[in-house]
Ligand binder design. Structure first.
Ligand SMILES: Nc1nc2c(c(=O)[nH]1)N[C@H]1C(S)=C(S)[C@@H](COP(=O)(O)OP(=O)(O)OC[C@H]3O[C@@H](n4cnc5c(N)ncnc54)[C@H](O)[C@@H]3O)O[C@H]1N2
Ligand code: MOO
Length: 424
């Protein structure tokens, strides 16, 4: 154990900074990562850093939409079930056929879906309208001009942008990128996030607990939250409250980190080593933020590469909420995402129960929301204690209570940030 830390927090109520100010400070520490080229499946979930254009028309050639027979319209104009037209079948075209055929008068070509239609084709007669003949075919219905022929370029023309720079790639975008022939695309890479839990009392899940110990909820929660936002995340095992050990761990991790996230050790305790170690470097600022939970926060950089560091408080609910409010926006920025977070819609809902909120602090209350005929409802699922971790499992939104509001009453409309889960 190290000697008690000489560093003391400087956050009486008067010195608390606003949530927005600290979020801006966190955002200022990060930049979108430099684009690189990657394969399509690696690119899934990343933000595209180029406009992708169709290099040629799609479809690239006129082709059949049906298994059937390519015909000239004049040859089958009068065909009916009662008076079918017989045509010799002079060729057979499977999908992938590169044969350059011309349809001659009075003949049919058997053709499969996706095969290029012979020049001179007026329409494709589906096999169901015929006797299915191979040498000759009996056509029982007259098609209309162009029926069942898919024209070159009817999907998109050459040179048209099919997926715009700035798009976060979902499976539907990957379909389009592959369809226009791209094997690789330029994207913003996923930030590599290293998560370090601190606390001599914190042990690995699965390990038996000695008196005074508890399991590492934060390391897993924060790593999972980083993965969820689209980062590449590594969880480092728990570091004891020992300054040398923490300093070595952080320095060792710098080689693989675009961002470091720590939990614990930032408040006023005698063994708050995160604060002790990083305050020394002079590049990490510790301050109290006017919020509940999540008051003690630190942000800055570490090492020669000025790697951003976010130090979150140790109480599990504080760590979780701090990630949502400060780290998630920063990671989105590194990923190249701009604007409101589509996975975190902000909605108004009517509270079905009341609670108190501390004056001068933005309160984040764990809530459960649902829809009723006349709008959304929300109820708190926990008291404010930031150690009350299990209520997170029932939390589908965070209710944001502004600093000047000291009580929410049943029936009040409140702001809710939805956590991606549907209504409970
Ligand atoms: N005298 C004061 N005490 C405290 C203050 C304060 O201003 N003055 N602030 C309180 C608030 S608010 C918070 S939040 C916490 C933040 O404390 P730390 O970041 O220093 O965190 P620890 O002391 O290391 O731990 C707090 C709490 O959380 C548990 N913990 C820590 N790590 C984990 C983990 N990985 N998984 C699960 N639980 C964890 C730890 O055992 C403690 O119970 O400080 C208050 N105190
Ligand atoms: O800031 Mo602490 O998170 O209120 O428990």
């Amino acid at each position: 154990m190290t000697a008690p830390s000489p560093v003391r927090p400087a956050h009486g109520p008067a010195q608390l900074v606003a949530v927005d100010a600290h979020r801006r400070a966190c955002l200022d520490l990060v930049r979108p990562l430099a684009p690189l080229e990657t394969s399509l499946l690696e690119a899934l979930g990343c933000v595209l850093a180029e406009d992708v254009v169709a290099p040629w028309p799609l479809p690239a050639f006129d082709n059949s939409a049906m298994d059937g027979y390519a015909v000239r319209l004049v040859d089958v104009a009068g065909a009916t079930p009662q008076a079918p037209v017989r045509l010799p079948v002079v060729a057979d075209l499977a999908a992938g056929s590169g044969e350059a055929l011309r349809l001659t008068a009075g003949t049919a070509v058997r053709i499969m879906t996706g095969a290029p239609v012979p020049r001179g084709t007026g329409a494709v007669v589906p096999v169901e309208w015929t006797d299915g003949g191979v040498v000759g075919v009996e056509v029982r219905h007259a098609p209309t001009e162009g029926q069942h022929v898919r024209r070159a370029g009817e999907d998109v023309g050459a040179g048209v942008v099919v997926v715009e720079a700035g798009t976060r790639l979902e499976p539907r975008h990957v379909a389009v990128l592959a369809a226009v022939g791209r094997a690789r695309v330029r994207i913003r890479p996923r930030p590599r996030v290293v998560v370090v839990s601190t606390g001599s009392e914190v042990v690995e899940p699965g390990a038996a607990l000695a008196p005074g110990q508890l399991h590492d909820a934060n390391g897993f929660a924060l790593t999972a939250a980083a993965l969820d936002v689209g980062a590449q995340a590594y969880r480092v095992g728990v570091v004891r409250d020992e300054a040398g050990e923490l300093q070595r761990t952080l320095e060792d991790q710098l080689v693989r980190a675009d961002v470091l996230v720590t939990s614990g050790g930032v408040s006023a305790g005698a063994y708050d080593v995160v604060r002790e170690v990083l305050a020394r470097t002079g590049t990490v600022t510790f301050r109290g933020v006017a919020m509940q939970p999540g008051m003690p926060q630190g942000a800055g950089t570490l090492g020669e590469g000025a790697t951003p560091v976010f130090t979150l408080p140790g109480n599990p609910v504080s760590a979780f909420v701090s990630f949502e409010v400060f780290v998630r926006p920063a990671l989105r920025r590194m990923l190249g995402e701009e604007g409101p977070d589509p996975q975190r819609p902000r909605v108004r809902a009517v509270a079905t129960a009341g609670w108190r909120s501390p004056a001068g602090k933005e309160q984040y209350v764990r809530g459960r929301w649902w829809r009723e005929a006349d709008g959304l409802r929300v109820e708190p699922v926990s008291g404010p204690g930031s150690h009350l971790v299990t209520a997170l499992a029932r939390t589908t939104c965070l209710v944001v209570v502004p600093p000047h509001v000291t009580a929410v009453a049943a029936g009040d409309e409140v702001d809710c940030v939805l956590l991606g889960a549907g209504p409970a």
